[in-house]
Design a protein around this ligand. Structure first.
Ligand code: FAD
Length: 403
């Protein structure tokens, strides 16, 4: 096999294309948007497992240069700001280059795209995938501008609502709404108590959940999650940004005043909410010459902080399988076998974390929640509960063999 089409130039796409090229496969990326990273959302954290995968592919330097700050731990507090627990993610004691970072999504996409192009990966924009056909010797992707592209295999790295997945397996379940909406962004200096060094503060409020970190630059990265019935994106957009801002401010009116200070300082456009979805388990990750990677194959809730890092891991495993196994069918089967348990376990963990975020109108219920959370965080801190997620490393040099 010599050629691959990668659909999607978000996070998984450029990383997968680089990994494929390192496996000796000529890969090119086709992205629907007109350019990298324009208006693609707020920020995310990249964990040691994802950073290690990027290091293997020579993409780590570019990503670290784009990062806003290190985020090697989380301090959890209740609505009044009282500490419920402090969870270092373990990366502060490891190599500096693998310390968890917070990075804005558009900067991350640009960094990954530039790094991919430097390694010879062609990235084409304005290429909206609309369908594919398969024949005995290859697969042909069709784009909305009427053009086509042909290769030996096609990788759908086109995100949680993946059009590639919809064609590959029309019976597959769609993404599931977690019951939460998300808003967030970055504001300039706000007069709030700084968060501990390299640590985000997450607040379980009376009615909703708030996270923020004061970066050394003075910027404040913030987000809020709140329970809401499921609405299509268009219906959410029907309310104007100023109204959403007012609603979010009301949700935190009884919580620590620093939350209100940050929200007041944020631009109204940052309050247009997005539903938080996940995709816990698909019946299949590939069919014929087509396979899925990243959120297209398994989207974990944003509460896990792992979607991007898992996408980078996928890229390495998928490329190693295609490099080492005789046929694409065997390679895709091995890739799914090697990845499925891990990503589904992370998806469950993300759901569990998200379920704790909803508030309550009863003070007694909030009291009980805080008590439970104190115990939960103490246990996680004591037994290193998350190391199985962050300490995972994919050995790209290890040969993949058939079972
Ligand atoms: C609010 C929020 C916070 C998050 N926080 C974190 C976090 O802290 N840490 C973390 O690791 N993850 C986080 N995630 C998850 C993370 O963003 C995803 O897991 C990650 O973006 C997956 O990368 P991807 O490349 O698979 O998908 P995407 O990043 O969604 O990229 C898919 C790409 O495919 C393109 N595309 C779609 N359709 C087509 C088409 N028809 N033709 C061509 N191209 C197409 C899209 O334009 C897009 O560029 C968060 C997610 C959300 C929503």
């Amino acid at each position: 096999m010599t050629r691959a089409l990668v659909i999607g130039g978000g996070i998984c796409g450029p990383v997968t294309a680089v990994a494929l090229r390192r496996a000796g496969i000529d890969a090119r990326v086709h992205e629907a948007h007109p350019g990298p990273g324009a208006g693609v959302g707020a920020f995310l954290t990249l964990a040691p497992n994802g950073l290690a995968a990027l290091r293997t592919l020579g993409m780590l330097g570019a990503v670290r240069a784009a990062a806003g700050c290190a985020t090697t731990g989380i301090e959890f507090v209740n609505g009044a700001g009282r500490r419920l627990g402090l969870l270092p993610d373990g990366s502060a004691s490891g190599p500096e280059e693998l310390r968890t970072v917070t990075v804005e999504r558009d900067a991350l996409q640009r960094a990954l795209t530039d790094a991919a192009r430097e390694q010879g990966v062609p990235v084409e924009y304005g290429k909206r995938f609309v369908g594919y056909t398969e024949n005995a010797t290859g697969v042909v992707a069709e784009f909305s501008d009427g053009t086509t592209a042909e290769a030996d295999v096609l990788i759908g790295a086109d995100g949680i609502h993946s059009p590639v997945r919809r064609q590959m397996d029309p019976e597959a379940p769609g993404p599931e709404y977690t019951g939460l909406l998300n808003v967030g962004g970055r504001v300039g200096a706000v007069a709030v108590a700084p968060t501990p060094e390299a640590t985000a503060r997450m607040l379980f409020g009376a009615r909703a959940f708030f996270g923020y970190q004061t970066a050394p630059s003075g910027d404040v990265y913030w987000f809020a999650n709140f329970g809401h019935e499921q609405h299509a994106r268009e219906r959410l957009a029907a309310l104007d940004d100023a109204t959403w801002k007012k609603r979010v401010l009301e949700l935190f009116a009884d919580d620590h005043p620093d939350v209100t200070a940050i929200l007041e300082a944020a631009a109204p456009a940052r309050f247009r909410p997005l539903g938080v979805y996940d995709l816990a388990s698909l019946p299949r990750w590939s069919r014929g010459r087509v396979a899925l990677a990243g959120d297209a194959a398994h989207a974990v809730s944003s509460s896990s902080g792992q979607g991007a890092s898992l996408a980078a891991e996928d890229a390495l495993v998928l490329a190693a399988c295609l490099r080492d196994l005789p046929s694409h069918e065997e390679a895709f089967a091995a890739y799914e076998r090697l990845r499925r348990d891990r990503v589904e376990r992370v998806a469950k963990e993300g759901r569990r974390r998200g379920n704790r975020k909803a508030g309550s109108s009863h003070p007694a219920a909030l009291f009980a929640r805080d008590l439970t959370l104190r115990v939960v965080f103490a246990l996680i801190a004591r037994f290193g509960g998350h190391s199985w997620i962050n300490d995972h490393r994919v050995d790209f040099d290890q040969r993949v063999t058939l079972p």
